[in-house]
Design a protein around this ligand. Structure first.
Ligand code: ADP
Ligand code: MG
Length: 343
């Protein structure tokens, strides 16, 4: 038996990267979340070749002080939580301090940033973590740009799992769609191979919100949706649910946000399905964009590294609230409207 050795930081990061960085879209998700956590209100995304060659995210957030740049790339280094109490009430999208360390271990990463009280920007570059971080002066307005080139260049096994440019770009678009649905207050642009694919200004009024949802999910969805806005003790549910007549053959238009974070949850899925049970054929899927707000202390987001799953403190209460709200909303439009919608 070989003797027990501590993994090198580089190898540890590459192993961790396997969990967080599955494909280009997972990189994009992490970078946009960081931009949002930094208070960015304008986020510009540039990708090339489905993200395999380049993923660049630029924000106008608070930036990173020069002397913290190398730390930002270290594992378990975060500015978002400092204690277990913080973790239990975490409101930021990130908190594990793992994304940049993981991404930079499987790509060529450049981080350029400037804070408001710094006169000049700085840049740190790493390449698969084979070398120490290089810091140099740079030009950049207040905010941050992270550039990820040649994803998986040093992990051929991973690279092989990347699909066609079109498929990977589809995943990238989906990530942007989710983030843009989750944050109306933020403007987003998406460019692929130098062509503007999506351009969304910050949406302020309810009408602007509806326009954005229409731009991202299709105007037909909005035209066929019931507006949801309900409250119960400590819970609020807002958004849009499609009439049963606008059902889908796939569960591909289903977005559920908990405190601004898009999640997939069995309990939530069950509550929605129950609400549609009487009005939808078995093989059809409802379409919805819903936002649940509750005290962060009543939901645990630290269930999985990708944070797609959550655990509610009082799952039953949440389930009943969602079910009752949607059931009533759909009840208000049936049975007559149901058929009217069909013609
Ligand atoms: P986490 O988001 O879990 O804290 P990351 O590895 O994604 O971990 O980022 C590490 C740290 O780098 C963050 O805590 C933050 O302080 C800083 N950082 C990363 N991206 C940005 C950004 N776009 N703007 C400002 N700070 C950032
Ligand atoms: Mg992060």
């Amino acid at each position: 038996m070989p003797s027990i050795k501590l993994l090198s930081p580089r190898l540890a990061n590459q192993i961790a990267a396997g969990e967080v960085v599955e494909r280009p879209s997972s990189v994009l998700k992490e970078l946009i979340e960081n931009a949002l956590d930094a208070g960015g209100r304008r986020i510009d995304v540039d990708v090339e070749q489905g993200g395999a060659r380049l993923i660049r995210v630029r924000d106008d957030g608070v930036g990173i002080p020069r002397d913290e740049l190398p730390l930002a790339l270290s594992r378990h280094a975060t500015s978002k939580i400092a204690s277990l109490d913080d973790l239990e009430a975490v409101a930021s999208l990130g908190f594990r301090g793992e994304a940049l360390a993981s991404i930079s271990s499987v790509s060529r990463l450049t981080l350029t940033s400037r804070t408001a009280d710094q006169e000049a920007a700085s840049r740190v570059e790493v390449e698969g973590r084979d070398m120490d971080a290089r810091i140099s002066p740079a030009a950049h307005p207040v905010g941050t740009t992270v550039e990820v080139r040649d994803l998986f260049f040093n992990t051929p096994a991973r690279r092989k799992f990347m699909r066609t440019e079109k498929t990977e770009f589809g995943h990238l678009e989906e990530v942007l769609r989710r983030q843009a649905l989750g944050r109306f207050d933020t403007g987003f642009t998406l460019r692929h191979n130098q062509k503007v694919v999506q351009s969304l200004r910050p949406a302020e009024t309810e009408l602007d919100h509806e326009r954005r949802v229409g731009a991202l999910c299709g105007q037909k969805f909005i035209d066929n949706a019931v507006v949801i806005d309900a409250q119960a003790t400590g819970l609020r549910l807002k958004g849009w649910v499609a009439l049963p007549t606008f059902s889908r053959s796939q569960a591909d238009l289903q977005y559920f946000f908990v405190n601004g974070r898009v999640i997939r949850d069995r309990l939530v899925a069950h509550a929605v399905r129950q609400a549609y049970r009487d009005v939808l054929y078995n093989n059809r899927h409802p379409a919805f964009v819903l936002y649940l707000e509750l005290d962060p202390a009543n939901v645990d987001v630290n269930v999985h590294p990708t944070k797609h799953e959550v655990r509610f403190r009082d799952g039953r209460l949440v389930h009943d609230f969602i079910f009752r709200t949607l059931h009533r909303a759909l009840g208000d439009v049936r049975p007559d409207d149901h058929f009217r919608g069909a013609v």
